[in-house]
Design a protein around this ligand. Structure first.
Ligand code: ZN
Length: 613
């Protein structure tokens, strides 16, 4: 069957003067400047599904384009994903959800099939459970199992929208089944009319679940029971509810991957006084009743339902190992992290689900993005090139430079052109190819490229300067590498090490999109002292995230300082480069970021005298 193509259904398209604006927000928005007259007609033509043949006929009848030009145009439209293969069916009940899945880069057809095969349990069908159930039923989750022993009370109706006045006095789960089936007749619904009395509830009813939402806080041991069952049957689960006027979502427990309840149970607010369960389980206020407010229930339920759907689809879930506390008055969100404990019940459990964050292709991606932007549109070009050029002085005789992590060689070429003999090392063949090409035009010194990483390459030479630019943060261990660099350096030589600034890597920007651009609201320093592997993203010069996850290692300045010293170096100077003001015009977003917080630390090091051989 021939493929059908169509504009992305979710993209608004406007012709504004000579421009055609497609979509409204990044990463989907696109502007075609100086668009030819016929283009808006062509786009309108693709408002509904068309074959490429139909498009060729239309274009040859309605424009003066040659058949070669028509081919090029159609290829351009496909390549830039302005038109895409379409099996969009507006009459499908999930069609609007499908558009959302497409926008978050999830195959919509697959997503709906995956959801249809999943089973979700809901323990508690009050304000949270009933609302989550409505969301999941509407979204087409194949099977819902839900338990509650209560009957509907008139005071429930402020927030348990599933139930109606004429159902007051009836069983919650039986009423829920009726209402949910009216909402979606294609899914299977299993009511369990039982209150929570022990772990058997999970054994008897929830063992087949892919995910369970717990929205009940009593009896006291409920958290232990669901956790034991989750570890036994391998299902993931999450808590959702509220604490006084705060909404609480999470932590989402994935057995074998995140912390489980046993990992963190002794850390509740009351455990600081006593871990005596008999005491902890008794509330002296016998008329205690938690406030429960409709809009807050709806907020918490919606976030929880979104987390469940994302989990089922294999997408990243914000609440994995974390609890979000939402202030219902100002919507500020506070995050609590739950760490895995060693030797916990969950330690030996293998995770049933593939890890949702994949970093495998990130290095290659990084190299591609780097090649595209390095020359003039990066923090490197704005902050480091001038700094380096000031730090490296040409000798009277020969100046030998080792450039480790040379990338596309901007610095190597700069110094070669001043007469230096540069040995340039990188792990990316693609980048070295770019450098080799440019090295043909050097008129003074020379550049020799070496493929490999600093930990394993062998170089039998000594250098006046070694440049080590943004390399150490990729290495889990740096002491051996530093000693190796010491051995490669001439006695009077200089080692220049650049690292991403530890303050920058200890936090992140909160950015919001408005006024047609990304706005950097505040930088949040989260965890400066916590060293070890981190994941960060990379943005282009417009603030678009171009790589979602790069794995590097974070160390404090003190750790770097001590490592340099241990490897036999003394620090001659330390620089934190700032952009010059002209950059604010050429690269406003890069300028905004790197003029407010430091992006690099540059250490200038010499051999400690006793190490000079
Ligand atoms: Zn655990």
């Amino acid at each position: 069957m021939e493929d059908y193509y169509q504009l992305k259904v979710y993209s608004r398209i406007h012709k504004l003067q000579n421009n055609i604006a497609i979509g409204s927000m990044p990463p989907h928005a696109l502007v075609i400047e100086d668009a030819p007259e016929y283009l808006s007609d062509v786009l309108r033509f693709f408002s509904s599904k068309k074959t490429i043949k139909e498009a060729e006929v239309y274009l040859s009848e309605n424009t003066n384009l040659s058949s070669k030009e028509i081919n090029l145009l159609l290829n351009d439209l496909m390549e830039n994903e302005i038109i895409v293969k379409s099996n969009y069916d507006p009459n499908n009940r999930y069609s609007r959800h499908s558009l959302y899945y497409e926008m978050i880069d999830t195959n919509a057809g697959d997503a709906q099939k995956i959801l249809a095969e999943k089973t979700v349990g809901l323990v508690g069908m009050g304000g949270i459970g009933s609302n989550v159930a409505m969301n999941l039923a509407a979204a087409g989750v194949g099977k819902l199992i839900f338990s509650d022993g209560d009957t509907i009370e008139i005071s429930n109706l402020t927030r348990q929208y599933l139930y109606k006045e004429n159902q007051v006095g009836q069983s919650k789960v039986e009423s829920a089944k009726k209402q949910l089936q009216l909402l979606n007749s294609e899914i299977e619904l299993i009511p369990v009319c039982e209150s929570i009395s022990g772990e058997e509830l999970f054994d008897n009813h929830f063992s087949e679940c892919d995910f369970v939402v717990l929205s009940a806080d009593s009896p006291f041991f409920i958290h232990e029971w669901i956790n034991n069952a989750a570890l036994k049957y391998g299902f993931s689960y999450s808590n959702a509810g509220y604490i006084e006027t705060y909404g609480a979502i999470g932590p989402l427990v994935i057995p074998g991957e995140t912390a489980c309840y046993e990992c963190y149970k002794d850390k509740g607010d009351l455990y600081q006084f006593s871990d005596n369960k008999a005491e902890l389980s008794v509330n002296l206020n016998e008329s205690f009743q938690a406030p429960s407010y409709g809009p807050l229930n709806a907020m918490v339920s919606s976030i929880q339902a979104n987390e469940v759907i994302r989990f089922l689809l294999g997408l990243k879930t914000k609440t994995s190992g974390k609890r979000l506390l939402i202030n219902s008055e100002n919507y500020k969100i506070h995050e609590e992290k739950y760490e895995k404990k060693n030797n916990c019940l969950c330690s030996d459990i293998k995770c049933k689900y593939p890890s949702v964050v994949s970093v495998s292709n990130s290095e290659k991606q990084l190299h591609e993005v780097y090649i595209e932007e390095r020359e003039s549109d990066s923090f490197n070009s704005i902050l480091l090139d001038k700094t380096m050029s000031k730090l490296v002085k040409m000798n009277k005789g020969e100046t030998k430079i080792l450039d480790i992590g040379c990338a596309t060689g901007e610095q190597a070429l700069h110094f070669a052109n001043k007469g230096a003999k540069v040995t340039a090392v990188d792990i990316s063949n693609d980048m070295l190819k770019v450098l080799d090409k440019k090295a043909n035009n050097i008129n003074a010194g020379s550049v020799k490229t070496v493929l490999g990483n600093i930990e394993s390459i062998e170089i039998n030479d000594k250098f006046n300067y070694i440049l080590c630019n943004n390399i150490l943060d990729y290495l889990p261990e740096i002491n051996n590498t530093l000693r190796k660099l010491n051995a490669l350096l001439e006695n009077e030589g200089t080692l220049i090490i650049t690292i991403p600034h530890p303050i920058k890597d200890g936090g992140g920007w909160r950015k919001e999109y408005y006024n047609g651009k990304w706005n950097y609201e505040e930088f949040i320093l989260k965890d400066y002292f916590n060293e070890g592997s981190i994941e960060k993203s990379r943005e282009d010069k417009n603030g678009e995230t171009v790589i979602k996850s790069i794995k590097t290692y974070h160390r404090t300045t003190e750790t770097y300082f001590n490592s340099f010293s241990d490897a036999g170096f003394k620090i001659v100077s330390l620089l934190e480069p700032q952009p010059i003001s002209r950059v604010s015009e050429t690269h406003p977003i890069l300028f905004e970021k790197c003029s407010r917080i430091p992006y690099f630390q540059v250490f200038v090091l010499k051999k400690e005298d006793r190490y000079a051989i």
